[in-house]
Design a protein. Structure first.
Length: 241
């Protein structure tokens, strides 16, 4: 894989890693800030009895009212603003009539487009009072994310990110989902490189200044295996944990 100045690259995923300049960083900060503010807005609404569809409506209205575009709407046929992944759902849970229950944990994932730039982020929420094993899973997953972020510096490699995440997860006797990964982004929703959440230190492409990408560790209590549901989006753990 090679690197290319983003200004010289076509507006599609060519497999090259795009390197961005200061103006792009300003655009991405603006998009990322709005995505984070959307998740902040939802905090008070993540309550027992609230449906995931209602949360999706709130997120859509918030994004549109700020002059931005929900990136997921109509992306590859998806029809919603957010993904709502509850309990054993690893990712890409579809909002609908399901009501949140006391003790649930839910990941809400949102991507917004602001002036052509994609802000992509997610957050874990507790609904009421989850069991200790659920809150511990959330804590360790957050710690995995922070260790992955700490490995991001010019001269390190993509493998350093994955190795840091995997080591912490396995130290706590959890497993890392390997079926999904982070990704490059910018003016393109999903771009090179893929960001694996497992790996070997020193392996993979070198990190260079100007890269944009997501780190999205998905950590399971049981095995790392996932199963894709018939809707073509929802991925669940095979063990139900």
């Amino acid at each position: 894989m090679n690197y290319v100045d983003a200004l010289d690259a076509p507006s599609r995923n060519t497999g090259q890693i795009k390197l961005h300049g200061p103006e792009a960083f300003a655009g991405m900060r603006k998009a990322g800030r709005l995505a984070a503010e959307c998740l902040d807005m939802l905090v008070d609404h993540v309550q027992p009895g609230v449906t995931t569809g209602a949360l999706d409506d709130l997120a859509r209205d918030f994004v549109l009212s700020h002059g931005a575009t929900p990136a997921c709407m109509f992306y590859r046929g998806y029809r919603h603003t957010i993904c709502t992944s509850i309990n054993e759902v690893v990712c890409h849970g579809i909002p609908g009539e399901r009501a949140l229950k006391d003790g649930d944990i839910v990941n809400i994932d949102v991507t917004v487009i602001v002036d052509g730039w994609h802000g992509d982020t997610s957050r874990m929420y507790s609904v009421g009072s989850p069991k200790r094993k659920a809150t511990r899973l959330m804590d360790v997953t957050y710690e995995c994310l922070q260790r992955g972020i700490a490995a991001v510096k010019p001269g390190n490699t993509l493998g350093d990110i994955g190795a840091a995440i995997q080591a912490h997860a396995e130290r706590n006797r959890y497993s890392v989902v390997e079926a999904f990964c982070g990704h490059g982004l910018g003016r393109i929703f999903h771009d090179a490189p893929n960001i694996l959440h497992f790996g070997r230190k020193g392996a993979g492409e070198k990190l260079q200044a100007g890269m944009f990408f997501t780190i999205e560790p998905m950590i399971n209590i049981g095995r790392r295996d996932v199963a894709l549901m018939p809707d073509g989006w929802t991925a669940k753990t095979r063990t139900g944990l």
